[in-house]
Design a protein around this ligand. Structure first.
Ligand code: GLP
Length: 281
């Protein structure tokens, strides 16, 4: 696992957007797993900026979102509380992705069709050849997607019941907080682990404890994000606040600064001082 700590949330968001854009530019038919939540809003804003500056082309990207609420009224596209709406609003409406290639679990399916919709979602990912990179946030409960504590590491896309912690975290985001559903359809932990690469972003102090538990604590299904420790190609981007409780931050910083694969992502200042030191020799 690579852990990258940037001084500010803005820098962490920009770095995350750059990793995504570079991956798409390297392989245009990219299968991109996407996430929602406050943490991602600026990542998508940065990607929109990059698209408008001609730096990234989404025309052949196929996307799969992690999750969607179950029990929202009306249509996914028009219900402002849906994750489909979130994605259209923050990203899809502003870039050249073909909306037919964007997938969000169908939490709006009729009650007796939800299980079939979850299975169909897994099949769609499989038919696309699997997800190349899955973007992840982390909830205060340690969830990735909506995989609440006690989710099996082999779980697949399914309907889950949310925890009190998640209700308290997410209900303020609803038009009417009491309208937040108690259930959601989410990719499983096993589904996430199948992605070729994982990219988790966490920012701000409120995530510091859960980030430390997820990255440096024992692997446990009480904290779904600890599953990242089992993945062979996981990247975690943090701001200094979210990283503040990590025990080995200096080691991660040292590795990041010296790993050739991250050379192009070094903060400009550090690159400049290295160039200066070289010039002096
Ligand atoms: C929701 C999503 C998660 C996301 C989490 C983090 O619960 N289902 O996928 O990681 O929010 O939220 P925020 O970024 O708002 O802290």
């Amino acid at each position: 696992m690579d852990i990258i700590v940037m001084p500010t949330a803005a820098e962490a968001e920009l770095l995350t957007a750059r990793i995504i854009a570079d991956a798409i530019n390297a392989k245009p038919f990219y299968k991109l797993g996407l996430a929602t939540g406050r943490t991602m809003e600026n990542v998508y804003a940065e990607l929109v900026k990059m698209y408008k500056a001609g730096k990234v082309d989404f025309s052949r990207v196929i996307s799969f979102n992690l999750d969607e609420y179950v029990g929202l009224k009306g249509k996914a596209e028009t219900n402002k509380d849906s994750y489909r709406y979130f994605m259209n609003y923050h990203l899809f409406n502003h870039v050249n992705i073909d909306k037919r290639n964007t997938h969000v679990p169908n939490g709006f399916a009729p009650a007796d069709e939800l299980d079939a919709a979850a299975i169909a979602y897994e099949e769609e990912m499989e038919d696309a050849g699997g997800v190349d990179m899955q973007l992840l946030g982390i909830g205060r409960s340690g969830h990735i997607g909506f995989n609440e504590p006690m989710s099996s590491f082999s779980s697949r896309t399914r309907v889950v019941t949310l925890t009190k912690t998640t209700y308290e975290q997410n209900s303020p985001l609803f038009t009417k907080p009491e309208d937040m559903p108690m259930r959601a359809m989410t990719m499983g932990v096993g589904t996430c682990l199948d992605a070729k690469r994982l990219l988790l972003l966490a920012t701000h102090k409120e995530k510091a404890n859960i980030v430390a538990a997820a990255l440096e604590g024992p692997v446990t299904n009480m904290i779904s994000a600890t599953a990242l420790q089992l993945h062979e190609n996981a990247v975690v981007v943090l701001d200094a606040d979210a990283a503040s409780k990590l025990k080995y931050k200096e080691e991660y910083a040292f590795q990041f600064a010296n790993d050739p694969k991250w050379a192009a992502y070094q903060p400009a200042k550090r690159k400049a001082s290295r160039a200066k030191a070289k010039a002096k020799k």
